[in-house]
Design a protein around this ligand. Structure first.
Ligand SMILES: [Zn+2]
Length: 362
């Protein structure tokens, strides 16, 4: 979607910054003018990121308190630029899943992002009196939306299981787990009440949420169909099935008093094209993190693309987020699973992991 930069373009480092992640991990962000290509090495108590075909734009690193990085310098080595981070402690090689290249959004250009903790093994045992973990981490705010409620049951399984009941149960469990993982969470509803879609989005706005998760369960005319799916907002649906689903989920508002049209127009005016793109991109990043966590937890996936897009009214806000269809109540096996505590816990663990792996504030 982003215009591709000419292959031979020389890259330059625009800024370098560090920060502390929830759970105390150190984050290193290197912002570059074009998509970076890099190697990592770990000389004694250093982390060296060697960027190909790169020069320095004369950045001055912004170092946060409480990280494992005490100093950052850069050394030009032919057409490579080595960004050298001096570490307070040695670290284990950074796992691939903890390195990300983010495309430009908002005020940012390309960002190469590394998350890491002090090394595994003996060295980490010698905890000295450094600043680690004593920094007051920002608490990220997550609004968890249990779909449907009250007079709107959502879809109903053959065995009588209601979507509104399953998703409320999962939402409450998720809240408990995310709270104990150090996040600040709010539920859009904590009991069997009806809420308009716009009200749900509005709660996310009012709480200044960093992430909005709308939980649902699906139904399909084919009782064989099963599996989870993750959706982000797009005015154009990615496929016919996604479009139909959005229509079904949006139809909920017809039960209540209309008000959504007005709200969505206001929000759309308030959001510049650039902001919309930034929210869309963050949502996309979360959605892929979520799909990965679900797959890693061996939760059955609806065949087809991992992430789909459709015009879900509940996702129309300035808060990045996703709508997660946890599974199919129309499938007998999944109906049983979705009712069970153990499967609900499994879903919750996967979603907690996805939130922990999601990069807030990059
Ligand atoms: Zn639903």
């Amino acid at each position: 979607m982003m215009p591709r930069v000419a292959f031979a373009a020389k890259n330059s480092v625009l800024s370098v910054r560090t920060g502390v992640q929830p759970g105390g991990k150190t984050r290193l962000v290197i912002e570059t003018s074009t998509r970076p290509s890099y190697d990592i090495s770990y000389p004694q108590n250093q982390l060296v990121i060697s960027l190909s075909n790169t020069g320095t734009g004369g950045f001055s690193p912004k170092l946060a308190d409480g990280t494992l990085i005490k100093n950052i310098s850069s050394v030009q080595n032919g057409d490579k630029l080595n960004v050298v981070a001096d570490l307070r402690k040695s670290i284990a090689p950074i796992d691939k899943s903890s390195v990300m290249v983010l495309s430009p959004n908002g005020d940012n250009e390309y960002r190469l992002v590394f998350d890491f903790a002090a090394g595994t093994g003996a060295s980490s045992g010698a905890v000295s009196n450094t600043a680690e973990n004593t920094t007051a981490n920002k608490k990220y705010i997550i609004v968890i939306d249990a779909g449907h409620g009250g007079k709107d049951p959502g879809c109903i399984g053959k065995g009588g299981t209601k979507e509104k009941t399953v998703v409320l149960s999962v939402a409450k469990k998720l809240k408990r787990e995310l709270d104990s993982a150090g996040f600040k969470t709010y539920l859009t509803r904590s009991d069997d009440t009806f809420l308009k879609l716009a009200e749900r989005a509005e709660i996310a706005e009012k709480r200044h949420a960093d992430l909005f998760l709308s939980l649902h369960a699906n139904a399909n005319p084919s009782r064989q169909t099963r599996g989870y799916s993750v959706y982000t907002l797009s005015e154009k649906a990615s496929d016919e099935e996604a479009q139909k689903l959005a229509e079904t989920e949006n139809a909920v508002d017809k039960i209540g008093v209309s008000g959504f049209e007005k709200f969505s127009k206001e929000i759309r005016v308030a959001l510049s094209a650039l902001q919309q793109r930034a929210v869309a991109e963050l949502s996309e990043e979360y959605a892929s993190t979520c799909a990965r966590a679900m797959d890693n937890a061996s939760i059955a996936k609806l065949p087809g693309p991992s992430i789909r897009h459709a015009p879900f009214a509940v996702l129309r806000s300035t808060v990045p987020g996703a709508l997660i269809e946890l599974g199919h109540l129309s499938n007998a096996t999944e109906e049983k699973l979705l009712k069970s505590d153990s499967h609900q816990n499994k879903l919750v663990r996967a979603i907690v992991k996805s939130v922990k792996n999601y990069n807030f504030d990059v």
